[in-house]
Ligand binder design. Structure first.
Ligand SMILES: C[S@@+](CC[C@H](N)C(=O)[O-])C[C@H]1O[C@@H](n2cnc3c(N)ncnc32)[C@H](O)[C@@H]1O
Length: 333
């Protein structure tokens, strides 16, 4: 039986992660509708909690441990949300809201542990707490979507599954028409994916590159940040690459009626200004609705349709509005 605080903490965290793994294929719609599987509690988890009541209560009374435990929940929730629908963005305010909800849940857990006299009582009270917690999560999700769709909740874009894959470095370079030797340093991979495989691949070839994504593995070449929080300094990047990331999200916000197209447009200009003279921003899909307005004395725009480039490219992203192009915007001066 684990007896130190850190052993109990690790065990609790492993149960949390296991629950997220078991439910990894569920959608935001499932959370919104409080799918029954979320309420199913594993016996070994319940028994562990009941048997280790004093140790768990000590953890929940310790501000450092309990905030760390809330952190495990919040990070898992972010990963779940983004892998379910990559167009949902949980900014700092939303993350604070989630932290508050999980802290509240943990306080409820402490009370249940303190007050249940028997295992049966604990099981019943804890199940009720989990139900209440999922109601809170469901209400929180409902803040994100359009009220107008009313009962047609399944049709809501926010609740749909929108896959988010990571592609191999070779695939990305080939699709973007890039050769390692042609890249101007330093290289920024914007929305590089959790593993940042392209960044690691370029660095193995001696190219100065870093990647940014809202969730990244711990690695010296990867930074965890929202692209809206990056300070894009003028004349600093030789090449900015964004494969199926920034422009995909910009295109979504351009079309989605509750989107933030203006914020994306102004960030797009910041990215272009952050290029060194002769540096390039290379991305896919294309953004014809804004590229056409770029001043041609400052930027050159090269566009290539993916189908023309490689007609057999079966893994290429789908092309709803003929925007599935590769675009290279070069800063001239
Ligand atoms: C389809 S994946 C592409 C990943 C990678 N570029 C590749 O091709 O393998 C899109 C990436 O954009 C990231 N992303 C989306 N919104 C973001 C934001 N606001 N800030 C930073 N990264 C973001 C996602 O987390 C995701 O890893």
């Amino acid at each position: 039986m684990p007896d130190t605080k850190s052993e109990i903490f690790n065990k609790l965290a492993s149960y949390v992660l296991r629950r997220y793994q078991v439910n990894a294929r569920k959608s935001m719609l499932d959370v919104y509708q409080v799918d029954r599987d979320f309420l199913r509690l594993e016996k070994d988890n319940l028994e562990f909690m009941y048997e280790n009541r004093p140790g768990i209560i000590a953890i929940l009374n310790d501000p450092e441990y309990s905030i760390d435990l809330a952190g495990v929940f919040v990070r898992s929730s972010l990963e779940f949300t983004y892998s379910s629908n990559q167009f949902v963005n949980l900014n700092q305010d939303e993350q604070q809201r989630l932290i508050a909800m999980y802290c509240n849940y943990l306080q409820g857990m402490k009370m249940v542990l303190q007050e249940s006299g028997t295992f049966a009582e604990f099981e019943k009270d804890f199940s009720n707490l989990v139900k209440e917690h999922f109601k809170d999560l469901s209400n929180n999700i409902s803040r994100f979507f359009d009220r107008e769709t009313g009962w047609q909740v399944q049709e809501n874009i926010i609740l749909k599954q929108v896959v988010c894959s990571e592609y191999t470095p070779e695939f990305q370079l080939d699709l973007l028409g890039l050769k390692k030797e042609d890249l101007i340093e330093p290289v920024l991979d914007l929305g590089c994916g959790k593993n940042g495989t392209l960044v690691k691949y370029l660095r193995q070839s001696g190219i100065k590159a870093i990647g940014v994504d809202r969730i990244v593995d711990q690695d010296p070449s990867l930074r965890e940040a929202d692209w809206f929080d990056i300070d894009f300094k003028t004349d600093s990047w030789g090449t900015v690459i964004s494969h199926m990331a920034f422009s995909n999200h910009f295109a979504f916000h351009h079309r989605y009626k509750n989107g933030r197209p203006r914020q994306y447009a102004s960030l797009y200009m910041e990215i272009l200004n952050s290029l060194k003279p002769t540096g390039s921003f290379i991305y896919s899909p294309g953004l014809p609705f804004i590229e056409q307005y770029l001043p041609d004395d400052r930027f050159s725009v090269q566009r290539q349709a993916i189908s023309e480039k490689n007609p057999t490219q079966r893994d290429a992203p789908s092309n709803p509005d003929r925007q599935a192009d590769v675009v290279k915007v070069k800063k001239l001066i």
